[in-house]
Design a protein around this ligand. Structure first.
Ligand code: AMP
Length: 281
């Protein structure tokens, strides 16, 4: 496994890996790796003969006052885990390497970037789409692997790839959860034991909506009401949104007649967590 810090070397190494392996897959991450990330690495390894993983805590997707400065950085442990997975290349650039100080160019997927988390985190998805485009441009992978955990990110990246005619195939992997249902997240380590327990309301609210849906309920407002009741019983958790939206446009869907995304975000103390599931009639 080779650890690369500069764009120039990553271009060279990616080109060589691609020529040798025939198919290079990329897994973009912010590090602090857990089994969710490693599931993407394994899926990438099953698809490609060479896997590259990027580890970059991207400052432009954090708003002032968010957790950029304290975001967990665990490079040594991450490298060990990736080595054990047989990863070929790890790209861990510095902020200065990735962004010129007078950066003026941004990628915005209009319309989608302001939905769901984009509404409560203005500018977040501009940072995400910009850094993903930069990584795809530097590494030129044949495929790139993302988690369904960040459902709007998936919709935005897919749309960017389509609109900008990028050659990389986007692959999406299911959400990995702890046995009690909590979706794995690098931010779970911020939670106190009490908040960790209360955080189960995210997956529970989704499960309640799904149960109603499986019982035949197709009105989104009724599913949303049930989810809000679950949150009302869990006062440590502050609901940010619970929405039922179209998978591609991310527009609210009042009556479920086609597959939809149910997405939830909530705060436990200062920690913001997200979760989602897809319902198919
Ligand atoms: P992050 O390091 O949080 O930027 O995440 C890097 C990638 O891992 C993204 O594509 C996430 O969607 C994915 N990911 C994060 N958590 C999970 C999870 N619990 N299950 C599956 N994929 C995940």
């Amino acid at each position: 496994m080779r650890l690369v810090h500069t764009i120039e070397e990553m271009r060279e190494q990616s080109r060589a890996a691609r020529a040798k392996a025939g198919h290079l897959a990329l897994v973009p991450t912010m590090g602090a790796l857990h089994q969710g990330h490693l599931s993407l690495v394994r899926a990438a390894g099953a698809r490609a003969s060479a896997v590259a993983v990027s580890i970059f805590v991207n400052p432009t997707q954090f708003a002032p006052g968010e957790d950029f400065a304290v975001y967990p950085r665990t490079l040594a442990a991450d490298l060990k885990a990736l080595e054990a997975e047989g990863v070929e290349l790890v790209f861990a650039p510095s902020v200065d390497e990735m962004y010129a100080s007078n950066n003026l160019t941004w990628v915005v997927v209009e319309g989608l970037s302001e939905r769901l988390c984009g509404a409560s985190r203005p500018g977040h998805f501009r940072g995400v789409s910009t850094v993903v485009l930069k990584l795809l441009h530097i590494i030129t992978p044949d495929s790139a692997f993302f988690g369904q955990k960040d459902a709007l990110q998936v919709a935005i990246i897919r749309r960017m790839v389509r609109d900008l005619n990028l050659a990389t195939t986007i692959e999406v992997c299911p959400i990995v959860r702890d046995p009690d249902g909590l979706a794995l997240s690098s931010r779970n380590r911020y939670l106190t034991p009490e908040d960790r327990q209360s955080a189960l309301v995210l997956s529970r609210s989704l499960a309640q909506a799904e149960k109603l849906f499986k019982g035949g309920e197709r009105r989104s407002d009724r599913l949303i009401q049930a989810a809000k009741q679950a949150f009302a019983r869990e006062p440590r958790a502050r609901l940010d949104y619970f929405e039922i939206v179209d998978l591609d446009t991310i527009e609210p869907v009042p009556t479920i007649t086609q597959p939809v995304l149910i997405a939830v975000a909530a705060f436990l103390g200062r920690t913001r967590l997200i979760d989602n599931l897809i319902l198919t009639p």
